[in-house]
Design a protein around this ligand. Structure first.
Ligand code: FES
Length: 164
């Protein structure tokens, strides 16, 4: 057996093989390439990250409905869960021009509520509490209403403002 383990290989073949091996090690050291590659922002999200659903607007939070991330809020009955002011909120498009925003945290034991279009209520999957669209308890075991947030909707600008 020869020195290189490749009897019959030329010196050029050996050097090419070593170079390719070193390149493979260098690529492996780069990880997945989406965090340390030349296109990644140093401390931010990847360049192709989707636009966030919400944005601060003064002391409130706004949702631009022209944003593709807001697609579920384009039709009545559509919902999105957002995080604002340290709270998890459920945003429901109630009609073409109105929205309901409630705390998404059941007041019984903290499970996430969701919109039930058949009942036109928020329902909790954990123990069955139900809340109307003002946040009031319709059925227990919860006894305390979901916190409700006022909204304004600029139809021309397609901008929903949630008043915090
Ligand atoms: S956590 Fe919602 S009903 Fe118990």
């Amino acid at each position: 057996m020869g020195r290189s383990g490749c009897d019959g290989c030329s010196r050029r073949d050996l050097i090419r093989g070593l170079a390719l091996g070193a390149a493979g090690v260098a690529l492996a050291a780069c990880g997945r390439g989406d965090e340390s590659g030349p296109d990644a922002a140093p401390d931010g999200p990847p360049a192709d990250a989707a636009q966030p659903l919400t944005a601060p607007c003064g002391a409130n939070v706004c949702i631009d409905l022209t944003n593709p991330a807001a697609a579920r809020l384009l039709t009545a009955g559509g919902t999105e869960v957002i995080f604002a002011a340290g709270a998890r909120l459920i945003v429901l498009r109630d009609s073409a021009s109105s929205f309901v925003v409630l705390s998404d945290v059941c007041t019984h034991a903290g499970c996430a509520v969701s919109f039930n279009a058949t009942l036109d209520q928020m329902t909790c999957p954990c123990h069955g509490s139900r809340f109307d669209l003002t946040g009031a308890v319709v059925r227990g075991p919860a006894t305390k209403a979901l916190k409700a947030y006022a909204t304004t909707f600029d139809q021309t600008a397609q901008l929903l403002t949630i008043l915090l």
